[in-house]
Ligand binder design. Sequence first.
Ligand code: BDP
Length: 502
Amino acid sequence: MPKARQYPNRRTLLLSAPVAALAMTRKLRAAELRPHIASAEATLSISTQERRRFLPRTLCGLSLETAALAEPGVLCPDNHELIALHRGIASKGILRLGGNTSDVSWWQAENSFPMPQMLHSPPSTHRHFFAITPEQLQNLKGFVDQTGWDVIWGLNLGTGTAEQAAVEAIAVTKILGKSLMAFQIGNEPDLFNRYGHAMRGQNWNFPYYLNEWIHYARIILKSYPDAVFMGPDTAISDDWINSFAYGVPEDLRPHLLGLSGHYYAEGPPDAPESTIAHLLTDSPVVQNRIDMLKTIEEKTHLPFFMTEGNSCYLGGKPGVSDSFAAALWATDYILRMAQNGCNSVCFHGGASEVEHANNEQSQGARNDAERKRAKNGAFYSPIAGTPTTGYQTRPLYYGIKAAAALAGTTLASCMLKDADPELTAYAGHDVNGLTLILVNRSLSNDLHVNMTYDGKPAEFSKIQRLSAPSVDALDNTRLETVSGQVAGQTSIPKASALILKT
Ligand code: BDP
């Protein structure tokens, strides 16, 4: 086993010198160099003439560590507060279980059963394995039945065997029933030979992974012929997503529900580039992924699911991930991905189980108070709290909820002209009419927009505003109904978003 690199640096390649320099320039350009234009006027033409994509009702979701199953009272049918918070985002959604702790989990069919012999050593960042029990699964089933959400379940590829995964998959299927959407095999396998994740040798690469994946899928299908999968659930390697889309053999393709991958907008937390301004600036990483996915979807018809991600990896960065900026970023990111073919976007979160996933610590915490706060909810978690302390929503929660307003609608085309690049517009229609979401990520400019809907001035009778006292505010994020009507034009104050309904 190669010597593991320092965990905090696992993805410094994302912020290699040229990329970091570019990020800094973009940040300055976006946030500081742009002159203050008090009333930049844009025009927006919304059109439903051309049929566009239908956005699944499960567009928005949350991702949790597998280890969350072992947290007493959390994923349980009587955790009413947490159930209500899930339903508060959307009446349908995806709850993805996985993360680093899924690769150190094992199925304990009965209390007396000891941990089986694992095939690979755990990564250096993990001190213990997690048992998944029938009782936890029953509790999860009770929880998701009340949220109405579907589950994506991550099986252990990192340290376990295909046979162990098959037994677990059958138990999960039996207990979760219709709530189970798909299995994933392994979390971030592209990092299996790197950083603190190392569970394979230095020569680990995509072909090795694909062979292991195929082996797992075939063994699972032998015991459960209707199993459905998505993958490769990679951390950063979009070329793996591409190779996976074309590499899964013919006999397994009917079992492939879609492709999956993660996205953390920035990190590590102590990188000077992990800032609010950087978070709110369009990322070339997102654009590259969108370009790649478009080609894959045209050729293979495989949809994409962003199964895990957030603003900043390693538990998030205080002052950024838990600030209102994360909400604005999320609304825009979800809708941008959705508009470009992504089926759902799951934000990673949780409390102490995130520390289990990250070497038993919260990298971003700079003092005792922050360390304490992180125990109650990772900085990037949309929901903080535990069943004993109660739950609190973080700003990100409202950003996800805002985007969910377009779940279950058919996209309408939105053509913006003369708009500041920090203004984005997304619209969808259903039997209730049209919903338009305008996001202003500018830190300095209120933006104005003249709007037409199928050629006539656009009129909206229900207005909701997503706002906070400031972009870096940790508290008092609001997603509230505002009185009044909009006829043909509106303005969106800096760092805020509007949801308009006809
Ligand atoms: C992802 C892992 C997840 C971690 C998260 C993080 O899948 O388990 O908790 O990063 O860095 O890469 O916080």
